[in-house]
Design a protein around this ligand. Sequence first.
Ligand code: FEO
Length: 388
Amino acid sequence: MFFEISKNVYWVGVKDWNRRMFDALIPLPRGTSYNSYLIVGEKNVLVDTVNPGFEAELKNNVGSIVGLENLDYLVMNHAEPDHAGAIPYVMSLNGKVKLLTTLKGSKMAQTYYKVPPDRIVVVKNGDQLNLGGKTLKFIEAPMLHWPETMFTYLQEDKILFSCDFFGAHLAEGLFDDDVEDLPVFAQKYFGEIMMPFKVMGKAALEKLKNFEIKVIAPSHGPVYRNPNKILSLYEKWVAGATREKVVVVYASMWGSTESMAHLVSKTLMSEGINVVEYNLSYADLGDLIKDLVDARAVVLAAPTVLNGAHPLMVYFLYLFNALRPPAKYCIIFGSFGWAGGSVRQIKDAVGSNVEVLDVLEVNGRASDAELAKIVEAGKVLAKKVRGA
Ligand code: FEO
């Protein structure tokens, strides 16, 4: 299977409809795709490859147009196996094809894929490659999301091959306008993969202002033939722009912490604040992370288990700190049976990443006085969220 995205430029990737997890971490409710692109001309170029296990499908797709043996260059924008895993296969079938990548990419290609150094051409930011009628430009975009990452720009067609940046884990959709809820999946993807690297994302968007972009061809999800919307969403996300929105995240064992979570949610909503509540027992991690991308505050609540926070909250806190969401404010509460410790652990874990406005730990179920304190904490948080 293949489809044309511009004259003599083809999508030749793979749709992985049934994959349900990525990195043993990220849920893929609607699969994903590994987008590989073929540029045909005096010189034939393959931009990125596919996940290991799909080599034959890639060979068939490219073979329907020119054949892997007729490639002159193979661009490796990123060394992660979902895009670079088929490089050894392609290079084993084609003894002359050269790999184009950054200096750091070159080292990774040698280490991970055993590509001999004499088959690698290192490219730097701003380098160009004349293909005869078409020109490739290389844009170094480090830490999006690995150290070696780069973009490739096809000058005549104004196509940006951005690899993971602007990606979405979706199998469906050839083009952006095919998928109604694509922005939701793009936001999930940004949160899961790019949110820790907002500063580098901002720098990359600045570089891209020097390029006219008609099409964005990422390595996961549909091709953007209307790139303005995703570009403006990324402008907001890399800037850490937030909305009047609070994510309430909790774990509960016997319902005490849950009833406090519901109460603070109701208080916030009564104050006109948009709330999204997640019970960690069955929250979809992708949905939760998506909501952290633009939430202005979080509420973290968990009971004590063996002198510390419930393990589901401990797991969440690790991700929360690693993903660096832009939330500015936080309130923390929890309950305990015979000895506390949960709220202290949560407060220590969030450190100075957010301003902690209130902390409350109750023994058993919250008393009327404690419930009143939670309502008050919710009102204070609402004021902060509105005022920011
Ligand atoms: Fe889609 Fe970082 O690989």
